[in-house]
Design a protein around this ligand. Structure first.
Ligand SMILES: Nc1ncnc2c1ncn2[C@@H]1O[C@H](COP(=O)(O)OP(=O)(O)OP(=O)(O)O)[C@@H](O)[C@H]1O
Length: 301
């Protein structure tokens, strides 16, 4: 049976609009389905677990943004059903970086058709950290501050009304830029230790995009069993501005203040507590290990 988990508030109401459209289509076609609609922040993981335990779900579809798929994938992971449930996504968020990285259709009915036709989208790695999993990325430092500002921002709502929601990440970045203090960190990649000072952010990527269309890690591959670690280390703010400007095109990776490491097992040890984001949602602990769960998630696209 199909199971839907819907964040009606994603994209400031786009999630609900999409669900109404999908539900009409399911009824017209006589498709059997179960669903849960979230009522507040932070309950998607639990509702996904409820949905999976109460129904015989073989395909789980998350309607919402990157935060919704992160929480839904964690519900699936924590229910222990990763191996027998396929995962679909109808993008209805603001940034929709997962959809961009995986070239998902922007037409919800086309995605529904893929789902009903059992289209195989292959398997994706997941990044396991502290008992949770991320699909896109785990970032430490500046990007996590930007994510927090954006999640809490009133300007995100205003910009969404004009279909300019992605700009909210840019505004948050300017705000964070004024106050953020760089840190030092040890990074251990598959047992090999590296030390960086003047670190702005460490982005552990499973896919190219984050932060609303920033191509932070252009060469990240989602099914290779490895995570790409992009370290931004720079003690000159003016230089950093020019690096950040080139993130949208992905050309920042050629700058000497950007180092990319790659491996299966990453340990991060910042010298001071830092904010951390997983797929744009806040994580509590900034001193952690990431393990790649190779090709753990079957997706439809
Ligand atoms: N009913 C709800 N009301 C308010 N917030 C909710 C509700 N359901 C889920 N949330 C929270 O909304 C947050 C953001 O959701 P999501 O990321 O899907 O949308 P978005 O922020 O518009 O898109 P994106 O992350 O792609 O920019 C998540 O932290 C989630 O917990």
């Amino acid at each position: 049976m199909l199971g839907f988990i819907i964040n009606p508030a994603s994209g400031y109401g786009r999630g609900l609009t999409l669900w109404n459209q999908i539900q009409r289509e399911l009824r017209n076609r006589g498709v059997n389905y179960a669903y849960r609609i979230t009522k507040q922040r932070g309950e998607t993981t639990r509702l996904t677990q409820d949905l999976l335990s109460e129904h015989n779900i073989d395909t789980l579809i998350a309607i919402g943004g990157d935060g919704t798929i992160y929480e839904a994938a964690n519900g699936l992971y924590q229910s222990g059903q990763l191996h027998n449930v396929r995962f679909g996504h109808i993008p209805g968020g603001t940034g929709n970086d997962f959809a961009r990285s995986h070239s998902l259709s922007s037409d919800p009915i086309q995605i529904l058709n893929f789902i009903l036709n059992n289209q195989d989208g292959g398997k994706l790695d997941l990044l396991e950290v502290d008992g949770t999993v991320a699909l896109n990325c785990i970032g430490v430092g500046f990007d996590a501050v930007v994510a927090r500002y954006t999640n809490e921002a009133t300007y995100k709502k205003a910009l969404n009304n004009f279909k300019l929601g992605k700009l909210s990440y840019f505004i948050s970045a300017i705000k964070a830029f004024a106050t953020f203090r760089p840190y030092s960190a040890d990074i251990i990649v598959d047992g090999k230790a590296y030390h960086f000072s003047s670190v702005w952010m460490i982005v552990n990527s499973n896919a190219p995009y984050f932060g609303g269309a920033m191509k932070v890690c252009p060469h990240a591959v989602s099914d290779d069993g490895e995570v790409d670690v992009t370290v931004f280390h720079c003690n000159n703010k003016m230089k950093l501005i020019s690096i950040f400007r080139s993130i949208y095109s992905g050309t920042h990776i050629h700058h000497p203040a950007v180092t990319i490491l790659r491996g299966k097992h990453i340990e991060l040890k910042p010298d001071s507590p830092q904010q951390v984001q997983a797929d744009g949602e806040a994580l509590a602990n900034s001193n952690f290990e990431i393990r790649v769960l190779k090709q753990a998630l079957s997706i439809i696209k």
